[in-house]
Design a protein around this ligand. Structure first.
Ligand code: HEC
Length: 178
C-alpha cells in the first residue's frame, strides 16, 4: 500500500514525523513572496545587455540590461516559482536608474495578466541600498510606465508579446518550449 503523504508542514507532526530526529523533507514551494533582499546583488546574476532602445512611454533614456536569477532549461515552457528578473534602464548615478522587476509568485496570482508573475519597481540609493517602491499586478495609479488602461501596463505588453514565452520578452531569458 502506498504510504500516506503529508502535504502540509503543519500536519507533519500528525503523521509520524514528530519522533524522528531527521528533519522533514522541505515541502515543494507553491508560492514565493519576494522581499527586497531577494533582489539584492542582482547585478551578479546572468546579465543581458540590450543597448539603447527607443524608450517606451514612462521609460528614461539609456542602455537597458536585463538580469535573471535563473534561466530556462531547454524545452522548459515556463520559469519556476521563485525566479526573479530585473530590468535596469540608464547608466547615470545609481539612484537615477530605473529598475523594474518581476518575480514568479506562482498559483493564480495575476491570473488575468501575466499568470503567476508579480511586478515591481525597485529603487536604489546612492550607496546602492535597494528598496521596493511598489509591487503588485499593476503599477499604482499615477505611475508613469505605459498607460494604466486594461488593468495594468506591465501586463499589457508582457502578455501580448510574451504569450508563448511565460510573459518574458528578452531573448535568452524567455522560455521557448516547442
Ligand atoms: C511598452 C511595452 C512594455 C511595458 C508597458 C512594460 N514592459 Fe517590461 N519589457 C518590455 C520589453 C520589450 C522587454 C524586453 C527587454 C527590452 O527590450 O527592453 C521588457 C523586459 C522586462 C523585464 C525583463 C524580463 C523580460 O520580460 O524580458 C522586466 C523585469 C520588465 N520588463 C518589467 C516590467 C514592469 C514591472 C512593467 C510595468 C511597470 C513593464 N515591464 C512594462 C516591454 C514593456
Amino acid at each position: 500500500m502506498r504510504p500516506h503523504t503529508c502535504l502540509l508542514v503543519s500536519s507533519l507532526a500528525a503523521c509520524g514525523g514528530a519522533e524522528s530526529s531527521a528533519p522533514p523533507p522541505a515541502p515543494e514551494s507553491t508560492s514565493f513572496v519576494a522581499f527586497a533582499r531577494d533582489f539584492e546583488g542582482f547585478e551578479s546574476w546572468a546579465a543581458f545587455p540590450l543597448g539603447v532602445g527607443v524608450p517606451a512611454i514612462g521609460e528614461i533614456e539609456g542602455p537597458r540590461t536585463v538580469y535573471a536569477s535563473r534561466l530556462p532549461a531547454p524545452g522548459e515552457a515556463a520559469l519556476p516559482i521563485g525566479t526573479r528578473l530585473v530590468k535596469v534602464i540608464g547608466d547615470g548615478p545609481i539612484e537615477t536608474r530605473q529598475v523594474f522587476a518581476m518575480a514568479k509568485r506562482g498559483g493564480d496570482y495575476n491570473a488575468f495578466g501575466a499568470r503567476g508573475w508579480e511586478w515591481f519597481e525597485l529603487e536604489r540609493d546612492a550607496r546602492g541600498a535597494l528598496t521596493i517602491d511598489w509591487r503588485g499586478i499593476s503599477p499604482p495609479d499615477g505611475t508613469s510606465y505605459g498607460s494604466n488602461i486594461r488593468g495594468g501596463a506591465c501586463n499589457e505588453c508582457h502578455v501580448e508579446q510574451g504569450a508563448a514565452s511565460d510573459a518574458v520578452l528578452t531573448p535568452g531569458v524567455a522560455p521557448a518550449a516547442r
